[in-house]
Design a protein around this ligand. Structure first.
Ligand code: FES
Length: 224
């Protein structure tokens, strides 16, 4: 974990923004930075997730405070948490945005292509800016995509986990060759420093913190 500063250099119509920052602060897909505008009286920092590569930094996914504009200076802490890890053997990747933008999953697309995997993106995705080789499917195709894939990455809010479990009632019977990882979105005000517990959830029947034990968890561990 490192401290540093960055500056917003572009804000895009899709709600994302570009941040110039030192290279050692750039999070991997699923990890995050905690960011606070310098001279801001906002009490809580904002988690920023990787969306796309950019020269001198990276683009991060929405949301972020409406008061942030081009040239806003940010105090940064990170990269924090555990990100996604695509198994080297994966050749069919399903990226599932369950209840929000798929942007936090986009960083996995290039990683999957590098190991010659096919990619299906499930959710309310806009094909603009996506490589043609990415197949886009609506959320109703979720079960089919999950059965097809040998690697599944899901982005979901903590409060919707039970809905996902219901939809995926068979996913706890994934074959041994399938790996499912879940990015759990929850408020993460302290990033583990103050052990505030705001981001807590039950994993393997124990309380864990999304901010430092996650925010990416193994799906099977969430079912125990
Ligand atoms: S955000 Fe405070 S413990 Fe996770």
């Amino acid at each position: 974990m490192r401290l540093g500063t960055g500056s917003i250099t572009e804000i895009y119509l899709d709600g994302s923004a570009r941040l110039d920052c030192p290279p050692n602060l750039i999070p991997t897909p699923g990890q995050y930075l905690l960011a606070q505008a310098s001279a801001s009286d906002a009490p809580l920092p904002v988690p920023l997730f990787f969306y796309a590569s950019a020269s001198k930094g990276f683009c991060f996914a929405p949301p972020f405070p409406a008061t942030w504009t081009i040239a806003t200076q940010l105090a940064l802490r990170g990269p924090l948490g555990r990100g996604f890890s695509i198994p080297a053997s994966a050749r069919k990747a399903a990226l599932i945005a369950f209840d929000d933008t798929p942007m936090r999953l986009h960083g996995l697309i290039d990683l999957a292509f590098k190991q010659a995997a096919e990619v299906v993106l499930v959710g309310e995705a806009d094909s603009k800016g996506l490589p043609e080789a990415v197949e886009i499917q609506p959320l109703k195709a979720l079960k089919d995509a999950a059965q097809w894939a040998d690697f599944i990455a899901i982005d979901i809010a903590r409060e919707n986990l039970n809905r996902l479990k219901e939809k995926f009632e068979n996913l706890n019977q994934l074959s041994a060759a399938q790996e499912a990882q879940v990015l759990i979105r929850a408020p993460m005000p302290c990033g583990g420093v103050a052990e505030c517990g705001v981001c807590a959830l039950q994993v393997q029947s124990k309380w864990q913190m999304a901010c430092k034990d996650g925010p990416v968890f193994i799906w099977r561990d969430l079912l125990k």
